[in-house]
Ligand binder design. Sequence first.
Ligand SMILES: NC(=O)c1ccc[n+]([C@@H]2O[C@H](COP(=O)([O-])OP(=O)(O)OC[C@H]3O[C@@H](n4cnc5c(N)ncnc54)[C@H](O)[C@@H]3O)[C@@H](O)[C@H]2O)c1
Ligand SMILES: [Zn+2]
Length: 370
Amino acid sequence: MLTEFGLRHPRGETRHLYGAGALEGGLAELAPALAGRALFAISSRPVLDLHGARLEAAAAPLGGFARVLEVADGERAKSVAEAERLWRELARAGGRRDSALLAFGGGSVGDLAGWVAASFLRGVEWLQVPTTLLAQVDAAVGGKTAIDLPEAKNAVGAFHHPLAVIADAGWLATLPRAELRSGLVEAVKTAALLDLALLARLEGDLDRLLAGEPEALAPVAAAAARAKAALVARDPEEAGERRLLNLGHTLGHALEAEIGYGAIAHGDAVAHGLRFALRLSVAGGGDAAFAARVERLLGRLGVPPLPPAGALDVGRLIERIGRDKKARAGGVGWVLVDGPGRGRVDVRLDAGRLRAELDAWLGASRAASL
Ligand SMILES: NC(=O)c1ccc[n+]([C@@H]2O[C@H](COP(=O)([O-])OP(=O)(O)OC[C@H]3O[C@@H](n4cnc5c(N)ncnc54)[C@H](O)[C@@H]3O)[C@@H](O)[C@H]2O)c1
Ligand SMILES: [Zn+2]
């Protein structure tokens, strides 16, 4: 079954097509918008090896790709060097204002391709064909693009909405379990804030979701993406309620930086960050039964525990939280969820309280890890 919805934004509207067969259906639907344009695919070797043949076959009725441009796999795609290489390859291959790029891969390929689409010749058209659950649930939705600097992740980028997001469920069958878990953590986050029917579906189908069954994953990806798109439409440039989606990310980003990118997966760091946010919500009078429900679901995902006692320096974590990209002049604004669908942005914590809560939580979560 295909799910289709739009996201209105200042440049127009992004079409979203989710489900089995979305690739062929989506490209056929876009044929008029793509007619006469040179189409450049951007992807990485592992994704092309697994799924490139199907992509090429689906693009054939549109005249195929002018070129398939290969970039480094994973987060290494999001570098200044890879962006420069793409700009220059596009220039050499005859890329023009009316060319279009097609990002084929996870969030890393999407973020890089989107940034190149935003900047090459001051902006060209592009499409997202996300192949990881995380990208279908989160990264491909909302028009944010970015590359990393050695100094900071996602430090250079732009809002640049694609023409369409074509999220075919077929790709998901080859995802390793850790990648599935990352996407599911973001889906739990979105569900707790915005879609309680999705939360119930996640609870009911979790075993099939973790087993990577595309029939179970497709409606989850579609529902999470639709909920995010609705929020983004109301707050395109993250001035207010879009910040809800940073739930779990304030501590999550600090954990990633402190433990080391690569040593802990983003989704796992966010899962721990979510648990901490739930603790803060309950301490502030939030719904304890709801927090326990979300904690139980996260527990079933099999997120690895945090490093053992002593390995995490609370002072350094707090320092990193203060340096968070999202922090503003007034300090760090936490996102909490006080009950079903009851998110709150911009919650301020004084330094003493944060330290006490982190100390207590780290002690407790080491004793009873996920
Ligand atoms: N723009 C946004 O709004 C936004 C939001 C969230 C995350 N992100 C970004 O997304 C990135 C993470 O994305 P990700 O989790 O998709 O990881 P990823 O893009 O780094 O991909 C992870 C791995 O999955 C492999 N892979 C991709 N598709 C596959 C498939 N179908 N089968 C098997 N393997 C496959 C890739 O080869 C890669 O090795 C981060 O850089 C993050 O900053 C962006
Ligand atoms: Zn995230």
